[in-house]
Design a protein around this ligand. Structure first.
Ligand SMILES: C[S@@+](CC[C@H](N)C(=O)[O-])C[C@H]1O[C@@H](n2cnc3c(N)ncnc32)[C@H](O)[C@@H]1O
Length: 176
């Protein structure tokens, strides 16, 4: 009886984690931008290009495991919000934020960036595929009167203000 009970509990635990992992993998494949974290050096360059100062508010649309936001909060003193669609990746982001001791300055929202209410911020960071970049550009242009945007990799439709190469990557700054 005891063995049966323990086996059943083990099976339920296995099914729970299996479902979470399968959901995560499926969402990564189906979403408009798969999860690829921005390396620390590029995250730092994005923060420098944005001219981040202590207390600035930063939003990462499709924040992944919060790579950019952890650098923004830890090294530049920014207050950050990350929006992430994939529940497994969002969970990882929350764990990493805690492990880095910046939970008082980085909030992770598990949501679709095309539906969620966008908070008041000074800077938007993004690392998305071209289709998602263009779709979100329209949304943030309507939402924010004044904004600095730094994009890793892909271009927005409007004219960029500055860009920098770091290794093979290009980071681009836009301002309105
Ligand atoms: C290339 S990764 C970049 C992650 C992070 N910004 C970085 O630079 O380290 C893109 C992320 O966007 C997320 N994503 C894709 N579509 C999304 C959507 N509609 N709403 C929120 N997040 C989305 C993906 O799950 C993925 O984690």
């Amino acid at each position: 009886m005891d063995v049966l009970y323990v086996t059943l509990i083990a099976l339920l635990i296995f099914l729970f984690f299996f479902t979470i992992i399968i959901t995560g993998v499926a969402m990564t494949i189906l979403t408009s931008a798969p999860w690829v974290p921005t390396p620390k050096g590029i995250s730092r360059k994005m923060c420098e290009l944005a001219g981040l100062k202590k207390g600035d508010k930063v939003l990462d649309l499709g924040c992944g495991d919060a790579s950019i936001l952890i650098v923004a909060a830890k090294e530049f003193g920014a207050t950050c919000v990350g929006v992430e669609l994939n529940p497994v990746v969002a969970m990882m982001a929350r764990i990493r934020v805690r492990m880095n001791g910046v939970q008082d300055r980085v909030k992770i929202i598990r949501a679709n960036m095309f539906d969620v209410e966008l908070p008041d911020v000074d800077v938007v960071m993004m690392y998305l595929l071209p289709k998602a970049t263009h779709k979100i550009e329209n949304r943030i242009q309507e939402r924010y009167e004044h904004l600095t945007v730094v994009s890793h990799g892909f271009e927005l439709e409007q004219k960029e203000k500055e860009s920098e190469k770091i290794g093979k990557a290009t980071v681009r700054k836009y301002k309105w």
